[in-house]
Design a protein around this ligand. Sequence first.
Ligand SMILES: Nc1ncnc2c1ncn2[C@@H]1O[C@H](COP(=O)(O)OP(=O)(O)O)[C@@H](O)[C@H]1O
Ligand SMILES: O=c1ccn([C@@H]2O[C@H](COP(=O)(O)O)[C@@H](O)[C@H]2O)c(=O)[nH]1
Length: 517
Amino acid sequence: MLAEDHTHEFFDDESQHSLESHQSKKNTLLKSHGRPPWYGEDGLPICDAFVIGIAGGSASGKTHVAQQIVRSLGSVPTVVILSQDSFYKRHTAEEIALAHANRIDFDHPDAIDMPMFAACLADLKACRQTNIPVYSFAEHQRLNETKYLYGAAIIITEGIMALHHPDLRSLYDLKVFVQCDSDLMLARRIQRDVKERGRSVEGVIEQYLRYVKPAFDNFVSPTARHADIVVPGSNNSVAIDLISTHIRRQMTERARHFRKHMVSQSVECCLSTSDGNPVSKNLIVLPQTPQLKGIYTILRDGTSNRQDFIFFVDRLATFLIEKAMEHLPHRPKTVTTPTGVDCIGKELDVKNVCGVSIIRSGGPLTRGLQRVLSDVAIGSLLVQSDANTGEPLLLHVMLPKCLRERHLAVDTWVFLLDAQIGTAASAFMAIRTLLDHGVQQDHIIFVTFLVARAGGVTVLQRAFPKVKIVTGAVDEGLREAWLERYNEKGEGQSEGDGRKVWIVEPGMGQIGDRYYL
Ligand SMILES: Nc1ncnc2c1ncn2[C@@H]1O[C@H](COP(=O)(O)OP(=O)(O)O)[C@@H](O)[C@H]1O
Ligand SMILES: O=c1ccn([C@@H]2O[C@H](COP(=O)(O)O)[C@@H](O)[C@H]2O)c(=O)[nH]1
């Protein structure tokens, strides 16, 4: 059972907090264990999200069925419930006045912006982000805000016309129709619309008789023939169990043991070791000066104290970010010096630039980026491996506005920040997430302290050849090990109690832990 306290609003933006409660209840994004990989080692998506379309009369129980499916799924990756109600068209002042007098037909298919609904759903299904409109039933109007959604592995969409349009039907993996007695629907609608949508009983009945019932008979009820399964509008727990069993089976079939595969796929990293010069032009290693080697020696030394570790990590982060900055485009700029002479220089030639840190070991590099670009927008991604499968899971996405909106993301340069690239599983997931948002591959600069030669970097480069990787050192080994879990007394516990991790060797240890603990 997906307990209430295990569900969170997920991959959402702050605008949702100003939504009226009805809307935020209808459009929810929930997760219990994060999103497993949805792409192959070529970096391309291998499976779409699983989409369920639920149609039925008004107040038949569509939203209820959607919520019951989520509950019955138990431990699931991310699920979004998307209501067709959000896609009612924008209305003029005259139309709103008519709506308050129950003189607008909201039950005709033309009342809903079907192309926009299909486009948003297609984006979500194809694992791209979308920004859905927000509709106010109290005002009968589309609001100016939108709601950002990204990252659902399962999408449940519901609405009276959810099965009406062929473009919508073609997006569903499972089509459901909720069949409910008309009296029960009317009774529920009166109760709900008075309580939640600011209506009077007379108004609800008037609207029901004039528009809702005829539209149900003409447009909604006939779509039941498209459904794969018809669910009763009450006492429907058996049907819900059947649906969730089907979804679970589909999800298991789609699951891939990504991390193991990545390691078995990886080949020697293409570098000439002697001088550290990369063979691949997009793997940029800092010049191996004695000064740089001195910094790495302190950082590799397990006996270095925390203060030194932080100081030298900060210094190294600045070097790396400065190196990465060389890859941003610049244009000529003429300035007049205090001596009155014109001088041709350079200025940054980018529309947007931001940093995205992989929590939490990307943190020290974030500070380095902020030292170089003081007002840079910063986002974060939380990727963690599943304790049982070792598979990376995308647990949290918090991105700045320039990435949440596709038309801005295509012109945004991103510094992707993580302490090291070992198996490259997190890097893969982070890059795929940026591409899903519309960021161009050659606008991504991955900045990292260490790359493991025997790790997944080669597969990463093969999948995303235009992404630049800026690092300070390439280490030889990558070893799977148990990271002990410590008990309350601070004593290590036996193998099996801890977490399986990949360790870069010789490496610098757990960089995030040494920096922050
Ligand atoms: N199976 C059910 N058992 C009891 N009450 C239900 C059931 N399905 C829906 N309801 C109630 O009926 C009302 C309308 O349901 P809702 O799911 O919002 O309808 P719809 O989304 O189809 O408009 C809500 O108050 C809901 O709690
Ligand atoms: O401004 C509006 C928009 C829609 N409606 C009514 O809402 C229902 C659909 O919502 P359900 O949650 O499926 O019941 C539809 O029958 C419209 O009549 C509205 O009253 N005002």
